[in-house]
Design a protein around this ligand. Structure first.
Ligand SMILES: C[S@@+](CC[C@H](N)C(=O)[O-])C[C@H]1O[C@@H](n2cnc3c(N)ncnc32)[C@H](O)[C@@H]1O
Length: 302
């Protein structure tokens, strides 16, 4: 999903048909995480035409909608990423790069067993601080008091890292969820975090070149829908969603992940003069779990 030239997409969106093997080279970007239908993003891009606006969501229909809004309105400072936010923040942003992060009405995951899926927890907020410039800001809005209190708890260990304000004056553009909350009688609760210092104990994670493995023999039936592989020691996992047979290339649709995130990646098998090659084909971020997944699939297929 992304800006494809044949559809006359302008370069206002990141070309998410291509793998990303290096960090994003934007100066002082504003980053919105979980943009939903993208109304806020468009408004932000309009208010700050000179700034790069990076917008991240893992919900396909929202990504599609925002790409179209971006093109219709001829915004040339907006970059849309269809990715898990953990992966985006940890791997693709540089330390001390970001001017501001915006989290508008992140999913509250009410059920007890789902609370671990909440995005704004200590470990993730530490990465956010690591990627923020000194004095950089994080704007958070939620209509769910329980989540608001949860975020405050999660911020306890980060008190020296962030200055924490329980409100902010700046009138941010509204969002679809905010409108829904207001209609249903819930008030927006706000938090402003200002980076005071860089957290210790984190090491920047490099994006890796995508792994490509040659095999001599190819046994396609060894990889099938719903196949699951794990490396419990490193917390890596792979699930085969579907397999597709093509004339020149076979594709294996997978979910590949490690603790905290996953990405959907198509892995191709195609014929080469000396045998076959297995490698990621679709938009993918070069991380270790993906290299592992390509190697495991190649072993199975050969
Ligand atoms: C409740 S909606 C809010 C949407 C929008 N910000 C608004 O206020 O209307 C939360 C959004 O966050 C996205 N989201 C949740 N977890 C995410 C993650 N780990 N990475 C990227 N996006 C995520 C969801 O797909 C969804 O679009």
């Amino acid at each position: 999903m992304g800006c494809r030239k044949e559809e006359k997409f302008t370069p206002c969106c990141w070309d998410t048909t291509k793998p990303i093997e290096e960090k994003l080279n934007f100066k002082d970007p504003l980053v919105e995480i979980g943009f939903g239908n993208g109304d806020f993003t468009v408004e932000l891009a309009r208010r700050f035409p000179e700034k790069p606006i990076l917008a991240v969501d893992k919900w396909h229909p929202g990504v599609r909608a925002l790409v179209h809004k971006c093109l219709n309105q001829k915004l040339n400072n907006l970059y849309v990423f269809n990715l898990d936010a953990n992966l985006f923040v940890e791997y693709l942003l540089k330390p001390n790069q970001v001017e501001a992060f915006y989290f508008n009405y992140p999913d509250p995951f009410f059920k007890k067993r789902d609370i671990k899926r909440r995005l704004l927890k200590t470990s993730f907020l530490r990465w956010v601080a690591f990627k923020l410039k000194d004095g950089g800001k994080v704007y958070i809005r939620t209509d769910i008091e329980d989540y608001y209190n949860y975020i405050l708890e999660q911020l306890e260990p980060l008190k020296g890292i962030f200055q924490i304000e329980r409100s902010f004056d700046w009138k941010l553009p509204t969002t679809k969820y905010e409108q829904k909350a207001l209609r249903e009688g819930r008030k927006p609760l706000k938090l402003l975090l200002i980076k005071l210092k860089t957290p210790e104990g984190l090491e920047d994670r490099e994006v890796e070149p995508l792994r490509s493995v040659k095999i001599e023999n190819y046994n396609p039936q060894r990889v099938y829908k719903n196949l699951e592989l794990k490396d419990p020691k490193r917390g890596y996992f792979l699930k085969v969603e579907e397999t597709y047979k093509g004339e020149k290339v076979d594709l294996i649709e997978t979910f590949v992940g490690e603790e905290g995130f996953y990405q959907q990646v198509f892995i191709a098998v195609y014929k080469s003069p000396s045998g076959f090659v297995v490698r990621p084909k679709s938009f993918a971020v070069g991380v270790r779990s993906l290299s592992w997944a390509v190697e495991e699939l190649a072993k199975l297929l050969s």
